[in-house]
Design a protein around this ligand. Sequence first.
Ligand code: HEM
Length: 526
Amino acid sequence: MAAIITSLGALLSFLPYYAVSVFVTFLLLFVTYQLFFHPLSSYPGPFLAKLSDAYNGFYASRKSLHLITRQNHLKYGSVIRQGPNKLVFSSLSAFRDIYKNDRITKTKAYTALSPGLPVPNIFTAADRSFHRARRQLVGQILTDRSMHTFEPKMIEQIDMFLEYLLISAQSSRAVNMSDRTRRLGMDVAGLLGFGYMLGLQEGDENLFMLEVLDAMTPRANLYYNYFSLRARVRWISVIFGGKMRRRYLNMMEKIVTTRMAEDTHARHDLYSFIADVLDAESGGLRQSELWAEANNFLTAAGETTKTVMSALFFYLSRNPESYNRLAHEIRSTFTSGGDITGPKLTNCRYLRACIDEALRISPPAPGILWRERVPHDDVDKPLIIDGQPIPPGTIFGVNTYSLHHNEEYFPDSFTFKPERWLDPDNPEAAKLTREAFAAFSIGPRACAGKPMAYLETSLVLAKTLWYFDFEVPAGPQSNIGAGRADLGPGRNRPGEFQLYDVFNTAHDGPYLSFKPRGGFWEDIQD
Ligand code: HEM
């Protein structure tokens, strides 16, 4: 008996060693498989990314996945393996092959971007026929014609934005453009979505909504890029994010129910188009289709335009030639601030080129729009992207920031050069510029809100330049928003507006000083 106990003891004392050797053997086999036998093993990429999506998760948590992806393209080429079963492309042909392809759809990871929503919405839906129907429905509020109807309401909000600039100018205070354009963007989104006045431009009562988004969006983007992590650590959000989130959701409920108390067609807003079609009752409002669309709409419309407007203010304030040319275009096209309206702005070609150039250098959605084959795709029919056959089970995409800084399509890609969009001497180059422009994506899942984004940005820039001159203030505020060597790799260019990739983007600055032009400002005070 004693002998048995002794040998059992000896065996147990070796147990940790056995466990370690099993683990090491398993690890070696796993690494060997990933590096040499996996269907994507022939693609180059960072060593750690081939082993785990934690690589993407790490850079997503640092809000710099767009930067490291571009660096990886520079190091490894136009196709990289960035994730055990992920490929990222940076060529124009891959961009077309992926996003204009019926055999390809969004991945499940998109559900991480709309956390807590019980049913798919226009943005997250992977099923093509569901998406098509939803796009037709939601798209009605975003057409050019609908924007024309909504424009006076949008202009009322822009007038408030201008009033704030005037008050700041009169008290010699520089303005943080990220803050003001974000408040404007969300107020406009609340009105177009549900006729609701969020009042972020007027006061801070609802500012917590932006703070909740600041806390939630980076986490959602982490899970979007490292999807398997989500199931493991969901409890963290439940425990730590609960209170804030509840407050946000209560506010969303107030927005929607306030609107529901009115007649469906009382306003020109998203609600008036979807209320009669989408269910809002059977499982309770927060479980409903209407809820899923409402929550998506506010951020899709509100959290994107802030970036193009802030970036454009940044680049104009640092590029005097572009500033002067644009100011001249606006000031010679219009005869008064009230004359500046959407239809007339379409003739301002330089303004459009400036907007596109800001969207190119600093895209509001700078990351990788992950895609996969549709379920039940014919596995015997090869899926070819940029000449490469893609093994089943692969997740792939183009990183917009890398495509926009691919020197093959955009030479001198970090220089703000609106002229590249207009080049009459080189129509081929101008064509290539347009084709490789990915800010709104392309194909059936391209941005539905493009007309709204251009209208809002054009009105804001044109009206601001009509009423004001602006410049970078002296002192420490002058370089907020600009690149600096100490900000880390890829963030060293003083002429580049710094984006923090959270699927859409977080940013700060630029701070600008405004000076009213002549007596035009009196219109704003009226
Ligand atoms: C400069 C501003 C904007 C940019 C750069 C932008 C960019 C994008 C991009 C890249 C996508 C595709 C996302 C993907 O495939 O995962 C998208 C989708 C979408 N955007 Fe925008 N967006 C902007 C403004 C807006 C606005 C103002 C709205 C108004 C509600 C909007 C509504 C949508 C919707 C509904 C979708 C989903 C479309 C679908 O899947 O059918 N966007 N946007």
